[in-house]
Design a protein around this ligand. Structure first.
Ligand code: PMP
Length: 395
């Protein structure tokens, strides 16, 4: 009889020649456990998703409670569904007044697509500006604003009318003009290798967008829900976007995304045409319940407040000649090595040694650390020891 691994390779669409193909049995806290009982410390959280780790009890309870009431009942935006209303109003209470209207979707890609459509519709302009090494999703809209040619080239023609400029470069801000509908930026670039925006640059980007009447879209799909040490990264920068995009950790382990703006801007989706963005499953009741339960934990417990100390501990313990640099902010950290080859070998060795890490799409020399925010100091120490041991073993 074929093994599960063989069936996976035969019947699930494959996207890389060598998938990790570890057979996952269960996941708890910061641990992934495979079918043979081998434990892996999860240092990537399903790529910045499981901010409260796996199987967080109050999140599970919230999902189960909602499950007893209803799952899908209607496409987005017609019925008053309590999980959506409770989550949207809680978010509105935490966000600036100009971010008081939430459109729920299913993923980061869809949040970006909705945000781009909203910006075009509201401004009546078509040019979208994004940044080199920016990643916003894999659909045609998000791919069109991706800041990397290798991943786009085979899918052209993409959506025209976009411009890609350099991240953290003052002089490129001049390219934002009166034709620009929106500028999309990640406050900390994800796939670029966890590169934070410079404070001064981000402030000037905001000013330039305001002067040119272009909307500023923050892609907080990875940074949102506490990962950089504040609930949203924009709060620490004190730069407020016109549209905020969320997904990944926002769903508390279930699929959920959102683009959030002012009621005035968002209302442009209600006419010419009516139903300016449509989604069947966006804001799924189970996902919204999980998201609200996650948000409550993040607000009540100290996990976000502890992010800077945990970042500092990683930085202190991960000292080695081979580690050229540690980029990132909060629990979005990237270890930079001399070559892609070394990095790949190391990731494989780490997994062998029970530490689950990953690489970056646009930064092949760097290894990703985005552990659950609940990771304990002991787990950080254990993880760092295993990473250093793995470096030693392949050097
Ligand atoms: N934006 C950012 C910053 C991301 O990191 C990602 C996913 N890696 C996306 C958007 C797309 O999200 P999704 O995979 O949910 O479509």
């Amino acid at each position: 009889m074929a093994t599960q691994r063989q069936l996976f390779l035969q019947h699930l669409a494959q996207v890389s020649p060598e998938p990790l193909s570890i057979e996952i049995d269960r996941a708890r806290g910061c641990l992934l456990i495979d079918k043979k009982g081998k434990r892996y410390l999860d240092l990537i959280s399903g790529i910045a998703v499981s901010n409260l780790g796996h199987n967080y009890p109050s999140v599970n309870r919230a999902i189960q409670k909602q499950l007893k009431k209803y799952t899908h009942v209607m496409v987005y935006g017609e019925l008053v569904e309590s999980p959506q209303v409770l989550l949207a109003s809680r978010l509105a209470g935490l966000l600036p007044k100009s971010l008081g209207s939430v459109y729920f979707v299913n993923s980061g890609n869809e949040a970006i697509d909705g945000a781009i459509k909203l910006a075009k519709r509201y401004t009546g302009r078509s040019e979208i500006i994004s940044f080199r090494h920016g990643y916003h999703g894999s659909g045609q809209g998000a791919l069109s604003v991706m800041g990397d040619e290798y991943f786009k080239n085979s899918f052209r023609p993409l959506v025209p009318g976009n411009k890609i400029i350099r991240f953290n470069e003052m002089e490129d801000l001049e390219k934002i003009g009166k034709k620009t509908a929106a500028v999309i930026v990640e406050p900390v670039q994800g796939e670029g290798g966890y590169i934070p925006a410079d404070q001064k640059w981000l402030t000037l980007l905001r000013d330039r967008c305001t002067v040119m009447e272009a909307l500023l879209i923050f892609d907080e799909v990875q940074t949102g829900y506490g990962r950089t040490g504040s609930l949203f990264a924009f709060e620490a920068y004190q730069v407020v976007p016109d549209i905020l995009c969320l997904a990944k950790g926002f769903g508390g382990g279930l699929p959920l995304g959102a683009f959030i703006s002012s009621t005035q801007i968002m209302n442009s989706l209600t006419h010419d045409p009516v139903l300016g963005h449509i989604t069947t499953f966006g804001g799924h009741p189970l996902s919204c319940a999980a998201s609200l339960a996650t948000l409550k934990v993040l607000l009540e417990k100290e996990y976000i407040a502890e992010v800077p100390q945990k970042e500092a501990l990683f930085r202190k313990l991960l000292k080695h000649d081979r580690i050229k640099k540690i980029n990132g902010k909060g629990l979005m950290l990237a270890l930079e090595f001399e070559s892609e080859e070394f990095n790949r070998k190391l990731i494989t060795k780490c997994i062998e040694n029970g530490v689950f890490t990953d690489w970056f799409l646009f930064n092949a020399n760097s290894m990703r650390l985005s552990p659950p925010l609940i990771i304990s100091k002991d787990e950080i120490k254990r993880a760092c020891k295993l990473i250093l041991r793995s470096i030693h073993e392949i050097s």
